[in-house]
Design a binder for this molecule. Sequence first.
Ligand SMILES: Cc1ncc(C[n+]2csc(CCOP(=O)(O)OP(=O)(O)O)c2C)c(N)n1
Length: 323
Amino acid sequence: MLRGRILENKLSSLYKAGKIVGGVYLGRGQEAVSATLGTALIQGTDFFAPLIRDQAGRTAFGEPLIDCTRTYLGSVKGPMRGRDGNIHRGRPDLGMPAMISHLGAQVSVVAGMLFAKRLQGTLAGRVGATCIGDGATSTGAFHEGLNLAAIERLPLVVVVANNQFAYSTPNDRQFACADLVEKARGYGVGGFSVDGTDMLACVSVIGEAVRRAREGGGPQMVVARLLRLSGHGEHDDGSYVPAEARVDHYGQDCIEVAMQQLIENHFATAEEIVAWQDQIADEVQRAVAQAQQEPVPDPYQEDWTALSTRFPLDQPISQPIFS
Ligand SMILES: Cc1ncc(C[n+]2csc(CCOP(=O)(O)OP(=O)(O)O)c2C)c(N)n1
């Protein structure tokens, strides 16, 4: 969670200083949901299709920070070889497809990946997960993907980060059911609700959803309630979010809550947390400095093949793939 937050704070500064071309989209306030999902998945076995607000989950799943800074800064050494605007990066060979759209498109992609593994006879013990927002639950892509996964009883976990706004559209203009988790019953999939600002609750509920999917319980949907603590992107000041939403329970910062939980449960001391922050700030600084020194792609030399054809299949995600 801290890696995601500290890295994204740096990206925001770089964007405001005009050093990043394109948008910067943060997961501020969603780190507990994202990181606990990434942690519950097994790198090398599972599939994870993160969204633009899932820096914390990507890191927890095993993506190195340098993948992020290289992509945002357009380095030719990044996973998209500097060809992507910024956020649609992935390592499909390693179970992490590149993001397509924010609006539920990944649900059917992950369902398809799982279905392909079933056809190959290698699905057992595997889970595929994706995160979406409340707005995505209104799209056809979400409906089609979840419906297919339910009929095929695929081990799919869809985590909905209900951050109360789809860009500037509030929940009451987005869906008419009392709670989004009711949609799970409609599709015939397992449904869970969790307070997305509470890290320990997320560990338990998201962990349980992943476990049920892995053990053959079919698709699971988790709805996590929270508030987006930034604009839709760094170009947006989020001034449409009412002041009451910022001060109610779900407006609290999950990182502050998590720190308290760690200290109260004697998992870590305040001094250790400060030391982690310092160490991570240093890692982030190095990942930015390295990407800034690297060249951008030469469009005349670039072979423009799909990224998946260029990755060695046997390389673990934690190792740099480009030298
Ligand atoms: C197919 C498609 N339609 C529209 C957009 C533009 N768009 C990007 S994010 C967004 C709102 C998403 O809201 P939500 O699903 O609640 O996710 P959040 O941004 O709150 O995390 C929209 C309309 C898009 N990227 N793709």
